[in-house]
Design a protein around this ligand. Structure first.
Ligand SMILES: Cc1cc2nc3c(=O)[nH]c(=O)nc-3n(C[C@H](O)[C@H](O)[C@H](O)COP(=O)(O)OP(=O)(O)OC[C@H]3O[C@@H](n4cnc5c(N)ncnc54)[C@H](O)[C@@H]3O)c2cc1C
Length: 624
């Protein structure tokens, strides 16, 4: 196995350092950018530096975004409540994610366009999880998804459909303009990449997947797996058998078994997989769930596409793996941008769903006193309370604390922080809000010089059972929102590394695992992530002549320690009576304060964030 030093991997290369001007960095390195636009790139690049989507390095929960909240919520540091109210609004929204933006939209519809609305968010960009990464290379902009990306329109209720239609988004058109499918059905097919550090040999096995449709079954490929003969034989049995190991159970008992048994226990006791074979599935649900696969029940794992249907008398159906979601090239950042443009039209005059991905956004318009809606970034809510008929709220911005008043307040931030911001809530409601421990997620985008090495290997992506990121795929083939980059475009292309982080060993309870993973995600430095993706790409693509020190143009790590909303899990959560589930208690109206965010629906979807915004605003009732 080649021993790549940090230097050989290009760790010292300037372009990858956080918050550098990509183009200026490349120019200084003489990396052969020929576009005429680069002769003028210093000023262009300088203005881009102040434009959050172009920032590289550690993004998502970026340095500077969470320290104020951690100081009071985690470390118990008291903060000063300013007495003087500096500004008053009709509505203050805490959280500028899809839910907070949608709350402002619904408030305007309910109470009128002239309502004064302030949205506070702790990040340097709006959108919450709906963030985009922009790379500018060779005179072109490359877009990548920084967080939430698919629109699962088949799950939309009428409220969500109406908002999507009102913004002018035509999902059928998005589908027509999209070939992307996570590298599964692109020009090339599925693949598994085994790395030498974990498996003793670097081995790319193309044409199959550990989880997925019957056509991607690894059965014909098992001989190529760099694992023991024993593990291969077990997997052969597992994938090849057709039986019903639960045939002696009644329907009720079968259902109970599927929901109350851990998937790994099933793999061991019913599928006969030993530890080595089971370990292949450890991180297989990192992207889809943000959890270790061992936390899932049999039913949840099978639902997630993991193998085993053949052992319970069922047949996997190829079309169940079709995934006809709607996509913009920057994911749901385009949805956030359309919402912001609706709220503050002057930020991007003329922006429509047909050009939203490439529309210029003037961030100086975000927080202007002359606008009815203002978005204030880098502002962390510290305290909120009802005072007679107004809501008093303090927040920190630029190291100073400020106080504002509003008639109404929608808390569209993570629920786990609410008990600290809103101490006058009942203990019952605070306990319910604390129940929400989100699932951490990691989306690292690496811009490479060309897709040629992938084409040479005949892959568009691969799952990586031994690595930090569970999978990677080329981010091309979404030609919506005015953006053009086909699946076969030969120029620079982002590779998206997708997954979560394994918790430290020995931690058993799912919530402790989530906290451990979150803590690790924040503790790792940019260099740790950088070393990982450089080493994976070098080892995966090296045989094609790819050189990480030369062919990696930029790296953006989107870490989301507070990622997916906590959806209730078969093995870890109770069946609460209607109205008593933690999310239902957590979201109860409190005076003039209501609660949105996807957490309020205990469901990690963009459409849930919208549904919960509509409900939270609806609770204020009609204007009298
Ligand atoms: C990596 C990733 C991928 C996802 N992919 C999909 C997908 O493809 N499809 C899908 O439907 N869903 C997806 N989701 C789920 C996603 O959470 C929802 O889609 C949706 O974006 C959640 O929106 P939200 O507004 O409820 O929360 P958020 O986007 O989390 O927004 C809440 C905002 O409040 C801010 N905030 C928190 N505390 C404070 C405070 N004290 N003061 C000020 N601001 C504060 C937060 O920092 C954040 O910016 C994904 C989530 C992640 C993390």
């Amino acid at each position: 196995m080649p021993d790549y030093s940090d230097k050989a991997l290009g760790l010292g290369t300037q372009i990858t350092r956080r918050d550098l001007l990509h183009d200026a960095g490349l120019l200084s390195l003489g990396l052969g950018l020929t576009s005429p636009s680069y002769s003028e790139s210093t000023t262009v690049a300088e203005s881009r530096l102040n434009y959050p989507p172009t920032r590289t390095g550690l993004r998502g929960s970026h340095p500077g975004s969470y320290e104020a909240a951690h100081a009071y919520a985690r470390d118990g540091v008291p903060h000063k409540q300013p007495d003087r109210i500096e500004e008053s609004f009709d509505l203050v929204v805490v959280g500028g994610g899809i839910s907070g933006l949608a709350a402002a939209y619904y408030y305007q519809r309910q109470f009128g366009q002239d309502q004064k609305i302030l949205i506070l968010d702790n990040h340097d960009d709006f959108g919450g999880h709906a963030k985009r990464n922009e790379f500018h290379q060779g005179g072109r902009m490359q877009l990548a998804i920084g967080g939430t990306h698919n629109l699962e329109y088949w799950q939309f209720n009428d409220t969500v459909h109406r908002l999507i239609e009102d913004l002018g988004i035509d999902i059928a058109k998005l589908r027509r303009q999209t070939q992307f499918n996570y590298g599964r059905t692109g020009v090339n097919g599925q693949a598994i990449w085994f790395d030498a550090e974990t498996f003793g040999a670097n081995r790319l096995v193309s044409g199959c997947s550990l989880k997925g449709p019957p056509s991607a079954s690894p059965l014909p490929y098992l001989d190529q797996f760099p694992i023991s003969e024993k593990a291969k034989a077990e997997l052969r049995q597992f994938y090849g058998r057709k039986t019903d190991v639960l045939s002696d159970l009644s329907d009720q008992d079968r259902n109970d078994y599927l929901h109350n048994t851990g998937y790994f226990e099933f793999l061991q006791s019913k599928a006969g997989l030993g530890e080595e074979a089971r370990a292949l599935f450890n991180n297989a649900s990192h992207g889809s769930w943000g959890l270790e696969t061992s936390c899932l029940s049999v039913a949840e794992a099978l639902e997630d596409g993991l193998p085993g249907l053949n052992l319970i008398g069922a047949t996997a159906i190829e079309s169940d793996w079709d995934y006809p979601a709607g996509f913009f090239p920057d994911g749901n950042a385009s949805l956030a941008r359309l919402l912001v443009q609706r709220l503050i039209p002057s930020i991007a005059p003329g922006a429509t769903p047909d050009n939203i991905a490439i529309a210029a956004f003037d961030y100086s318009e975000l927080d202007k006193a002359s606008h009815s809606v203002r978005i204030r970034l880098q502002s962390t809510a510290l305290h909120v309370e009802n005072r007679e008929n107004v809501v008093y709220l303090s927040y920190s911005n630029g190291g100073k604390n400020h106080a504002i008043a509003a008639r109404h307040c929608v808390m569209a931030c993570y629920h786990s922080i609410l008990p600290y911001i809103c101490p006058s809530l009942s203990e019952r409601q605070k306990v319910a809000q604390s129940y929400q421990v989100k699932y951490p997620l990691l989306l690292t985008n690496v811009l490479i010089r060309s897709r040629a090495p992938f084409t040479q290997l005949g892959i568009d992506g691969a799952s990586c059972p031994g690595r930090m990121h569970a999978s990677l795929f080329l981010g091309s083939g979404i030609e919506t929102g005015g953006y053009e980059q086909s699946l076969t475009d030969p120029g620079p292309v982002p590779v998206t590394f997708w997954g979560s982080l394994a918790p430290k060993e020995g931690v058993t309870h799912v919530k402790d695992q989530l906290r451990s993973s979150r803590e690790k995600m924040l503790r790792l430095s940019f260099e740790d992530y950088e070393r990982e993706v450089r080493s994976v790409l070098q080892n995966l693509l090296g045989a094609t002549g790819f050189r990480a020190d030369r062919d990696i143009l930029a790296i953006t790590v989107n870490r989301w320690p507070h990622g997916y909303s906590h959806e209730y899990l078969d093995l870890w959560d109770e069946d609460w009576p209607l109205g008593e589930a933690p999310h239902e208690v957590a979201r109860q109206r409190f005076g003039n304060i209501t609660f949105a965010n996807a957490d309020a629906g205990a469901s990690a979807y963009t459409h849930t964030a919208i549904e919960q915004a509509a409900r939270a605003v609806g609770e204020f009732g009609k204007p009298s």
